[in-house]
Design a protein. Structure first.
Length: 285
């Protein structure tokens, strides 16, 4: 009798555990449909354990796993864009996004250390208007390169964007030339620029500073391109390969230098910095 009672209590206890596990927030991989808890997904740095899908990260999350702890010093934190062509409800939309994301615009820039090596770093955040490039994104990227030239430091940019921001018209398109000019001046100073393309990197960002890195890295299977697949197929009247505009396809064609998994990114960046002479002070001694 007591044994039967114990079995009933044990079953109820286990049922409560299973129920608690079931009620935890879940993440469903958009590629393979595999389900895991959000807690586990975050522990894996937002990478699917089944198909290696690399999910999108916020700028703050990316900085936290890339740079040395407490080393990041942010630039131009409160810079905000205006409404240069009086686009309807643009200001209201931006204010809503600022409150939701805690960002002033779609990119975070600053100075930090990666395993002791000083760098200027910029990280785009797709939560803010799909990280589209307007006047503030262009200005912050340009200032980051100018600071790097002044301090003789390398630049690392994590790109993720839908392209130029239509709500700012020609002003946003001019950021392509502006950022490209800043990259050129940094290059002429003999300094290293590394691009890390994350999902997705498209449009005017791909057509400007994202493609100008001395070394171009991409995360696995990320979308990289200029125009969309349907637009290209409609223009050339041909079907494109299934893997067209994926990182692996672009690596095969020579557009991307290497594909690096997220868990190895920090070590890879540190290794590249040291190879190019950006050695931590203690190692110089």
């Amino acid at each position: 009798m007591l044994e039967d009672l114990f079995k009933v209590v044990k079953k109820r206890f286990n049922d409560d555990d299973n129920k608690a596990e079931t009620e935890k927030p879940k993440f469903k991989c958009p590629r393979c449909q595999h389900m895991i808890t959000e807690e586990h997904y975050n522990e894996l740095l937002k990478v699917c354990p089944d198909c290696n899908y690399h999910g999108r990260m916020t700028a703050r999350e990316r900085i936290a796993i890339t740079v040395d702890k407490d080393s990041f010093i942010e630039f131009d934190k409160d810079m905000k864009s205006c409404n240069p062509i009086n686009y309807p409800e643009y200001e209201e939309k931006q204010q809503e996004l600022r409150e939701k994301t805690g960002l002033s615009d779609a990119v975070v820039t600053g100075q930090a250390k990666i395993k002791g090596s000083d760098v200027i770093i910029a990280v785009m955040d797709s939560r803010y208007m799909m990280a589209s490039m307007g006047s503030v994104v262009g200005e912050k990227i340009t200032r980051a390169f100018e600071t790097a030239v002044d301090k003789k430091l390398p630049v690392i940019i994590f790109t993720a964007s839908g392209g130029a921001r239509m709500q700012e018209g020609i002003v946003s398109l001019m950021q392509m030339a502006k950022t490209s000019g800043a990259v050129a001046r940094h290059n002429q100073a003999g300094l290293l620029y590394i691009t890390v393309m994350t999902d997705p990197t498209t449009g005017g960002v791909t057509a400007s500073f994202a493609s100008l890195g001395d070394i171009i890295i991409a995360e696995p299977k990320v979308l990289i391109g200029f125009a969309g697949r349907r637009v290209i197929e409609g223009t050339i009247k041909q079907r494109l390969p299934d893997d067209f505009q994926l990182a692996e396809f672009l690596e095969e064609k020579g557009f991307v230098d290497m594909i690096v998994e997220r868990r190895k990114m920090r070590s890879t960046l540190s290794h590249l910095l040291k190879l190019h002479g950006y050695v931590p002070e203690q190692e110089e001694a």
